[in-house]
Ligand binder design. Structure first.
Ligand code: ZN
Length: 239
């Protein structure tokens, strides 16, 4: 009997921790509208030796294939932008703000940083190579270096990139960063490696097919891409 009580306490304890990480989603009225108020997370021009746009935000073919695993809690959607970059490339805050997390619980290991901005927006910088030298509570300016880019697979040769997300401060809502970030997105999309594009549903072939027209994501919401007629099909004929 004593053991059972201890067990229940442990379960309650872990729930309380989980709830602390996930406050209720903020309403639209509390969140700043997109006005190109942020900059890019890298200094200098894009290029094969510096950085390029990799996977886009949204209904990508890569996210579709992992919609029930890696992206299952994000409605099957790639909820950030990937910037291909050599490991160690300095990563910069996209706007003025306050460091909210260093290696916090909100994804993109092995190391990440979250910066809170005006308008209840938060930016997350993921797959950083090493733990960032910034500390929680520290004020940062737009363009200030807050870490080094790394590799989601930890090798620096297999998948070196920065994963950048823009969320509401509750970490429940994920926004397409494009209209928030000042950049020449048309040129970046042409020069980057993002040739794989977006997943089609042949029943609605124009939906979510451009960088600008991607859906907002809610943590834990239903999958958005359980398509009736997906194209391209999943490898091996799996659905
Ligand atoms: Zn990513």
């Amino acid at each position: 009997m004593k053991l059972r009580i201890l067990g229940a306490g442990a379960v309650l304890g872990s729930c309380a921790v989980a709830l602390a990480h996930y406050a209720p989603a903020l309403p639209d009225s509390a969140i700043a509208r997109p006005s190109r108020q942020f900059g890019l997370p890298f200094a200098g021009p894009p290029g094969p030796d510096t950085w390029l746009l990799g996977q886009g935000y949204g209904n990508t073919t890569g996210a579709y294939r992992q919609r029930r695993s890696t992206y299952g809690n994000l409605q099957g959607v790639h909820a950030g932008l990937d910037f291909s970059a050599p490991c160690g490339t300095p990563v910069r805050a996209i706007g003025d703000g306050t460091v909210a997390e260093v290696d916090g619980p909100h994804g993109s290991p092995p190391h990440n940083v979250v910066v809170d901005h005006a308008g209840n927006l938060s930016s997350l910088y993921g797959h950083l190579r090493v733990r960032s030298g910034v500390r929680v509570g520290q004020k940062v300016k737009r363009g200030e270096v807050i870490g080094q880019s790394g590799d989601s697979q930890g090798t620096c040769v297999s998948a070196p990139h920065l994963h950048l997300e823009l969320r509401d401060r509750s970490h429940q809502r994920f926004f397409n960063p494009l209209p928030y970030l000042q950049a020449d997105w048309d040129s970046l999309a042409l020069a980057g490696s993002f040739g794989r594009g977006y997943q089609y549903d042949l029943n609605a072939p124009r939906r979510w097919q451009t960088p600008e027209s991607q859906p907002e994501v809610r943590r834990g919401g239903a999958l958005l891409n359980e398509f009736a007629r997906p194209w391209p099909p999943a490898p091996g004929g799996a659905r």
